[in-house]
Design a protein around this ligand. Sequence first.
Ligand code: WTA
Length: 648
Amino acid sequence: MSQNIESLLIETRLFEPAPAFSAAAHIKSRAEYDRVRSQALADPEGFWAEAARELEWSRPWDAVLEWNPPFAKWFVGATTNLSANCLDRHLGGPRATKPAIIWEGEPGETRTLTYEDLHREVCRFAGALRGLGVGLGDRVALYMPMVPELPIAMLACARIGATHSVVFGGFSAEALRERCNDAGAKVVVTADGGYRRGSVLALKEIVDEAVVHCPSVERVVVLRRAGNQVEWNSPRDVWWHEAVDASQPVTEAVAVDSEHPLFILYTSGTTGKPKGVVHTTGGYMVHAYLTSKWVFDLKDDDVYWCTADCGWVTGHSYLVYGPLANGATSVMYEGVPNHPAPDRLWSIIAKYAVTILYTAPTAIRSFMRWGDEHPRRHDLTSLRLLGTVGEPINPEAWMWYRDVIGAGRCPIVDTWWQTETGGIMITPLPGAVATKPGSCTLPFPGMDIDVVDAEGRSCAADQGGFLVIRKPWPGMLRTIYGDPARYADTYWGRYGDMYFAGDGARRDADGYFWVMGRIDDVMNVSGHRIGTMEVESALVSHPAVTEAAVVGRPDSLKGEAIAAFVTLGPGHSPTKELEAELRNHVAKEIGAFAKPDDIRFTQSLPKTRSGKIMRRLLRDVAAGRESAGDTTTLEDVSVLARLRDGEE
Ligand code: WTA
């Protein structure tokens, strides 16, 4: 059994949805959820076809699914256009003049685009792209700040059947170059600059540096955003506004095949080279649409805010495509959450009367650390639903989110999914499923998810194992761009006919899923495999600790020893006594064998720009090795140097 992951965190609190919330929700009770889920399990194709019929298709499908493991096709033979489903579909009724995007720049300016406005801008930019020679299947890289022109460019690509590859605006020139070359991008769309933490990030300059070594890139479109000086390379470069003025709008969206590639999004793998995850049109659209509707319980009067950057999959599915396909109002913010002050998010919620907030556990832990006074200063009573995504949320952060941000009124949807899954897979439906802090609860209807052991057998309740998906689902990745063998190997090599998510998990006696994190974040200590997250969660539950990262380091006696990196809250100082106290605290929370061997106090942890702790680097520090790997995505490279120098 040492192959299996031991799961040690026991959480017994249970929060039922409020009756008034349930009564108004799309899915109104646990009984309704159970019925829908079992019907969908018995007939997944019928279930997804019913959802698909709520959307518009130019040609109907001949078959819902064609499954030649590991390659799936959904809505085979159908044609559609995602930009038409997000825009044109809403223009005939009252949604035409409803805000589609409410945007706030970091310096404080705001813009509201109604569905009519957004449609017009997308048609115009689609025309501009066409004028630059972009056609069906061409790849367009988008390297932009969080301004409305980023979703406009995404939707414009979709409108003409070009495949977009959004590269997060915080990546280096080297990373951008690698992505442009891997995808063979024909055009790069960027801006002069964008605002981040009070200063201008000169994006065009980075593009200039990147594309000199990108032979496929013919043109660079530049949006004037920050007004900073840019170098001009004629005839390669063209201003966004000039390209738009010089072309005819694309009023007629191109009907593309359901399996036409909509986007490529790069994600890090266990090896160095990023993987270009490919998503196609029809199935992805249906998955993003239905999950947005049911998980966020979207209604026409909601003001929905997903704080993710469009550079990550969450921004694709739950800032742009899912909410817009539902005709929702989506808030978009350009900058960082603590500029000019730590209450920026709460001021935005109060200003636009946001009803649904979707953010990440790492952000929630920062908010906790910054202090309750910041949210308390603002009127957050418009909120009715809270969501999280991206990593396991420790119960303490979950409770803080519920009590301080949601005032105990708002259900929390902890949503498990991945870049590869395209959309949400495990989540509570907020009017139907009682929640437990730290659990993403139950599968979304239509998703056949299991926890299995090394041999692929279903695990018993509370036995840790590997998270797998037993059947294809509409939003699943179709391949790794240019590397179908890597696709087959990474996700299907282990079990053959089951998708291997790479996460450790357990299911409790109630069938609730508890995701413990990546398999490579799992330690093996004296034959016990322990999720780093569970030790972290225990540490963070100590009042002195605000954040903790735990990694394994080689140990000749135990196989692996546990090393913890800990940041302390105000008023606490790193002492030997506290170190001992924390060890005992973990022993108390989990068991003596899970006591960290090393505790290092630090002022901050090395994170990627999306906020994920870079465990690979911490493992090197813990083991006393120099880090050889790529650090271009580090938010603050100096953190690493300070940790290595043994500061604090
Ligand atoms: C982790 C983000 C626990 C998990 C949408 C997954 C989570 C990886 C959760 C994917 C959650 C995401 N609970 N863990 N609710 N959501 N993860 O590709 O390890 O950036 O495999 O997609 O994040 O990260 P990605």
